[in-house]
Design a protein around this ligand. Structure first.
Ligand SMILES: [Ca+2]
Length: 211
Protein backbone atom coordinates (compact mmCIF):
# COMPACT_ATOMS: atom_id res chain seq x y z
CA UNK A 1 0.00 0.00 0.00
CA UNK A 2 2.79 2.43 0.78
CA UNK A 3 4.52 1.67 -2.49
CA UNK A 4 1.32 2.23 -4.40
CA UNK A 5 0.81 5.57 -2.68
CA UNK A 6 4.26 6.66 -3.84
CA UNK A 7 3.67 5.57 -7.41
CA UNK A 8 5.80 6.53 -10.40
CA UNK A 9 5.22 10.21 -9.71
CA UNK A 10 7.23 10.02 -6.52
CA UNK A 11 10.30 7.81 -7.20
CA UNK A 12 12.12 9.05 -4.10
CA UNK A 13 9.06 8.29 -1.95
CA UNK A 14 8.84 4.85 -3.53
CA UNK A 15 12.43 4.10 -2.59
CA UNK A 16 11.86 5.34 0.93
CA UNK A 17 8.68 3.30 1.17
CA UNK A 18 10.44 0.12 0.06
CA UNK A 19 13.00 0.59 2.79
CA UNK A 20 10.23 1.27 5.30
CA UNK A 21 8.42 -1.85 4.16
CA UNK A 22 11.59 -3.88 4.49
CA UNK A 23 12.17 -2.54 8.00
CA UNK A 24 8.59 -3.32 9.02
CA UNK A 25 8.91 -6.82 7.56
CA UNK A 26 12.21 -7.36 9.33
CA UNK A 27 10.75 -6.19 12.62
CA UNK A 28 7.84 -8.57 12.17
CA UNK A 29 10.22 -11.47 11.53
CA UNK A 30 12.37 -10.52 14.50
CA UNK A 31 9.26 -10.33 16.67
CA UNK A 32 8.33 -13.90 15.68
CA UNK A 33 11.79 -15.14 16.52
CA UNK A 34 11.74 -13.18 19.78
CA UNK A 35 8.48 -14.85 20.81
CA UNK A 36 10.14 -18.23 20.39
CA UNK A 37 13.09 -17.25 22.53
CA UNK A 38 11.24 -15.39 25.25
CA UNK A 39 8.29 -17.74 25.72
CA UNK A 40 9.59 -19.74 28.63
CA UNK A 41 7.88 -21.78 31.25
CA UNK A 42 9.14 -23.63 34.27
CA UNK A 43 8.58 -27.35 34.56
CA UNK A 44 8.91 -28.87 38.02
CA UNK A 45 8.75 -32.43 39.24
CA UNK A 46 9.03 -33.52 42.85
CA UNK A 47 8.79 -36.84 44.59
CA UNK A 48 9.27 -37.28 48.32
CA UNK A 49 8.33 -40.96 47.93
CA UNK A 50 5.42 -40.60 50.32
CA UNK A 51 3.41 -42.41 47.67
CA UNK A 52 4.21 -44.87 44.88
CA UNK A 53 4.21 -42.45 41.94
CA UNK A 54 7.71 -43.53 40.91
CA UNK A 55 6.18 -46.76 39.62
CA UNK A 56 4.22 -44.88 36.96
CA UNK A 57 6.34 -41.75 36.55
CA UNK A 58 9.60 -43.56 35.81
CA UNK A 59 10.36 -45.08 32.44
CA UNK A 60 11.84 -48.19 33.98
CA UNK A 61 12.87 -49.43 37.41
CA UNK A 62 14.07 -52.45 39.31
CA UNK A 63 11.56 -54.72 40.97
CA UNK A 64 9.98 -53.10 44.01
CA UNK A 65 9.48 -55.42 46.97
CA UNK A 66 7.26 -54.86 49.98
CA UNK A 67 9.54 -56.99 52.17
CA UNK A 68 13.07 -58.19 51.63
CA UNK A 69 13.10 -61.21 49.33
CA UNK A 70 14.84 -64.37 50.50
CA UNK A 71 17.14 -63.96 47.56
CA UNK A 72 17.20 -61.57 44.63
CA UNK A 73 19.63 -62.04 41.77
CA UNK A 74 19.20 -58.41 40.72
CA UNK A 75 19.25 -55.27 42.77
CA UNK A 76 15.82 -54.30 44.02
CA UNK A 77 13.93 -51.32 45.40
CA UNK A 78 11.79 -50.86 48.50
CA UNK A 79 9.91 -47.97 50.07
CA UNK A 80 11.56 -47.54 53.44
CA UNK A 81 12.14 -44.85 56.00
CA UNK A 82 15.49 -43.14 55.60
CA UNK A 83 17.71 -42.24 58.59
CA UNK A 84 15.79 -38.92 58.50
CA UNK A 85 12.63 -40.93 59.27
CA UNK A 86 11.02 -40.10 55.95
CA UNK A 87 9.66 -42.63 53.47
CA UNK A 88 12.24 -42.95 50.72
CA UNK A 89 13.26 -45.16 47.83
CA UNK A 90 15.80 -47.72 49.05
CA UNK A 91 18.28 -49.26 46.61
CA UNK A 92 19.23 -52.77 47.73
CA UNK A 93 22.05 -54.90 46.44
CA UNK A 94 21.28 -57.99 44.40
CA UNK A 95 23.01 -61.32 44.81
CA UNK A 96 24.66 -61.64 41.42
CA UNK A 97 27.75 -59.59 40.62
CA UNK A 98 26.47 -58.99 37.10
CA UNK A 99 23.47 -56.99 38.23
CA UNK A 100 23.60 -56.10 41.88
CA UNK A 101 22.61 -52.50 41.33
CA UNK A 102 19.03 -51.37 41.68
CA UNK A 103 17.95 -48.63 39.31
CA UNK A 104 15.26 -46.16 38.35
CA UNK A 105 15.17 -44.34 35.02
CA UNK A 106 13.24 -41.16 34.27
CA UNK A 107 12.68 -39.07 31.18
CA UNK A 108 11.80 -35.42 31.88
CA UNK A 109 9.53 -33.68 31.28
CA UNK A 110 6.96 -36.42 31.81
CA UNK A 111 4.49 -36.95 28.99
CA UNK A 112 4.42 -35.64 25.47
CA UNK A 113 5.42 -32.01 25.35
CA UNK A 114 6.65 -29.83 22.52
CA UNK A 115 9.35 -27.93 24.32
CA UNK A 116 13.02 -27.19 24.15
CA UNK A 117 14.82 -27.65 27.44
CA UNK A 118 16.99 -24.59 27.99
CA UNK A 119 18.45 -25.32 31.40
CA UNK A 120 17.54 -26.87 34.70
CA UNK A 121 18.61 -28.70 37.80
CA UNK A 122 18.33 -32.05 39.52
CA UNK A 123 18.36 -32.30 43.32
CA UNK A 124 17.93 -35.08 45.84
CA UNK A 125 18.94 -36.28 49.27
CA UNK A 126 21.04 -39.39 49.64
CA UNK A 127 21.38 -41.44 52.82
CA UNK A 128 23.49 -44.48 53.45
CA UNK A 129 22.51 -47.79 54.95
CA UNK A 130 24.39 -48.69 58.14
CA UNK A 131 27.56 -50.73 57.82
CA UNK A 132 27.43 -51.07 54.06
CA UNK A 133 29.34 -49.57 51.20
CA UNK A 134 27.13 -47.29 49.21
CA UNK A 135 27.14 -45.72 45.82
CA UNK A 136 24.71 -44.08 43.48
CA UNK A 137 25.46 -43.48 39.82
CA UNK A 138 23.90 -40.38 38.29
CA UNK A 139 23.76 -40.72 34.52
CA UNK A 140 22.20 -37.82 32.63
CA UNK A 141 21.80 -37.78 28.87
CA UNK A 142 20.02 -35.49 26.45
CA UNK A 143 17.76 -36.38 23.54
CA UNK A 144 19.64 -34.04 21.21
CA UNK A 145 22.86 -35.96 21.72
CA UNK A 146 24.65 -33.12 23.48
CA UNK A 147 27.09 -34.21 26.15
CA UNK A 148 25.53 -35.31 29.41
CA UNK A 149 27.35 -36.40 32.52
CA UNK A 150 28.03 -39.46 34.62
CA UNK A 151 29.02 -39.30 38.26
CA UNK A 152 29.42 -41.87 41.01
CA UNK A 153 28.38 -40.65 44.45
CA UNK A 154 29.87 -42.47 47.40
CA UNK A 155 28.78 -40.42 50.38
CA UNK A 156 25.45 -39.26 51.77
CA UNK A 157 24.35 -35.68 51.39
CA UNK A 158 22.19 -33.24 49.47
CA UNK A 159 23.17 -33.10 45.82
CA UNK A 160 22.42 -30.58 43.10
CA UNK A 161 23.35 -31.01 39.44
CA UNK A 162 22.94 -28.58 36.59
CA UNK A 163 21.05 -29.64 33.52
CA UNK A 164 22.45 -27.88 30.47
CA UNK A 165 21.51 -29.53 27.20
CA UNK A 166 21.74 -28.23 23.68
CA UNK A 167 19.13 -25.79 22.40
CA UNK A 168 17.11 -28.43 20.56
CA UNK A 169 16.79 -30.86 23.44
CA UNK A 170 13.25 -32.10 24.10
CA UNK A 171 13.94 -34.66 26.83
CA UNK A 172 16.52 -35.28 29.51
CA UNK A 173 17.03 -38.85 30.68
CA UNK A 174 18.00 -39.32 34.32
CA UNK A 175 19.23 -42.78 35.27
CA UNK A 176 19.93 -43.46 38.93
CA UNK A 177 21.48 -46.77 39.90
CA UNK A 178 23.34 -48.07 42.90
CA UNK A 179 23.05 -49.95 46.13
CA UNK A 180 22.84 -49.49 49.88
CA UNK A 181 21.35 -46.01 49.62
CA UNK A 182 18.11 -44.25 50.41
CA UNK A 183 16.96 -41.69 47.83
CA UNK A 184 14.60 -38.95 48.94
CA UNK A 185 13.23 -35.54 47.94
CA UNK A 186 13.90 -35.85 44.24
CA UNK A 187 13.32 -32.50 42.56
CA UNK A 188 13.73 -31.52 38.93
CA UNK A 189 13.34 -28.05 37.44
CA UNK A 190 13.48 -27.35 33.74
CA UNK A 191 13.31 -24.00 31.99
CA UNK A 192 11.37 -24.68 28.82
CA UNK A 193 11.30 -22.58 25.68
CA UNK A 194 8.28 -23.08 23.49
CA UNK A 195 9.26 -24.38 20.09
CA UNK A 196 7.54 -21.45 18.38
CA UNK A 197 10.78 -20.56 16.65
CA UNK A 198 10.21 -23.62 14.49
CA UNK A 199 6.91 -22.18 13.34
CA UNK A 200 8.79 -19.15 11.98
CA UNK A 201 9.34 -21.11 8.79
CA UNK A 202 10.04 -19.49 5.46
CA UNK A 203 6.33 -19.81 4.75
CA UNK A 204 5.30 -17.75 7.76
CA UNK A 205 8.15 -15.29 7.26
CA UNK A 206 7.14 -14.73 3.63
CA UNK A 207 3.52 -14.33 4.67
CA UNK A 208 4.44 -11.57 7.08
CA UNK A 209 6.85 -10.01 4.62
CA UNK A 210 3.95 -9.94 2.12
CA UNK A 211 5.79 -12.01 -0.46
CA1 LIG B 1 10.42 -38.85 51.89
Amino acid sequence: MIIEAGGDKMPMRKGYSSVTSLIISSLAIISIMAVGVSAQSMYEYSDDFSDDRVTTDSQDHSAIWETHPDISISGYLMFEDSPAASRSLAFHKGFAVCCWEAYVDYSFPLGEQQNAILSGSLEFDLYDMPAEDLYLIVDISYSDGSEGFYEILTSPGHYTFSIEPGAECADVDVKLSGMSVFLDNLHVELGLGETETESASWGSIKAIAGQ
